[in-house]
Ligand binder design. Structure first.
Ligand code: SAH
Length: 260
């Protein structure tokens, strides 16, 4: 089950933390490690800190961007040292592990993102998440070292897996959400259709698109639902293009019909 769960370290600065994360994961049998654009990797410091968990480092997937790291994922969770004011569900570590393990048991791919040491996950990275995860901690000193945060979460995943047999069946989602790849296809289509429909104001477009992305993320559409939405968007685009062509070809002064 833990095969379906990957820990994704985003833009890690210190290679020692990558090694510490690998060791923390291996002790809890979480073995899929993805590194998004690490500053130094492979690196002797990472191997030294992994201390026997260097097989995780050797098997780690390294990507240039987050998109590639989570393209096939059905659920993406972002771990954060701070509670953030975003319209996303926020789980504690235990709840996140229970949800993830239930999803993994249903055959879905799950990613947990960890931010860069200095500043945590960026807004763009958070926009990719379905929900946030916080390890309850001292509100005045809540930021764990990256390796420690990985350890606590990996432990909760191990415990959730051991407890999985006790989960009530109604906690399982009744549909399979689309992968991130399909989801990003929908987002791209929204942006394109809204441009054709001239309802994207370039000044506000990033905020508007982020809001739509969060709304859609909360809904976790399936691939069939995504196709329905994309069909609607295509129809809207066609209708808009037709009406522009019509008005372009209407000679000045011509009497227009009641449908215009
Ligand atoms: N200074 C950053 C924290 C970076 S710590 C900030 O204030 O956001 C590096 C990463 O460890 C974080 O991005 C997060 O993924 C994880 N982490 C640290 N403390 C955590 C906590 N209390 N709960 C959940 N994740 C935490």
């Amino acid at each position: 089950m833990l095969d379906h769960i990957r820990f994704v370290l985003c833009n890690t600065t210190h290679p020692g933390n990558i090694g510490a994360a690998a060791r923390a994961m291996k002790t809890m049998a979480v073995s899929r490690l993805t590194l998004v654009s690490p500053r130094h990797f492979p690196d002797a410091e990472a191997t030294a800190r992994a201390s026997g968990a260097d097989d995780l480092l050797q098997n780690a997937t390294v990507t240039d961007d987050l998109e590639a790291a989570v393209a096939d994922c059905h659920l993406v969770l972002g771990s954060s040292a701070r509670l953030r004011k975003v319209a996303l569900a926020q789980y504690n570590a235990r709840e996140a592990a229970e949800v993830s393990v239930a999803r993994a048991a249903a055959g879905q791919q799950v990613a947990v993102l960890f931010g860069t040491e200095r500043s945590g996950l960026s807004n763009d990275e958070i926009n990719r998440c379905h929900a946030l995860v916080h390890i309850p901690s001292n509100p005045d000193y809540s930021s764990l070292n990256l390796g420690s945060a990985v350890q606590v979460l990996a432990y909760e995943f191990q415990m959730a897996m051991l407890n999985q047999a006790g989960l009530e069946p109604n906690r399982m989602p009744d549909h399979v959400p689309a992968t991130q790849n399909q989801f990003q296809g929908l987002m791209g289509h929204f942006e394109q259709a809204m441009t054709v429909l001239k309802i994207l104001n370039p000044k506000q477009s990033a905020t508007l698109m982020a809001r739509i992305q969060r709304l859609m993320s909360r809904a976790e559409p399936s691939d069939v639902e995504i196709n329905i939405l994309r069909g609607l968007l295509s129809a809207a685009e066609k209708a808009a293009q037709k009406s522009t062509q019509k008005s372009d070809t209407t000679p000045a002064g011509e009497v227009v019909g009641p449908d215009r």
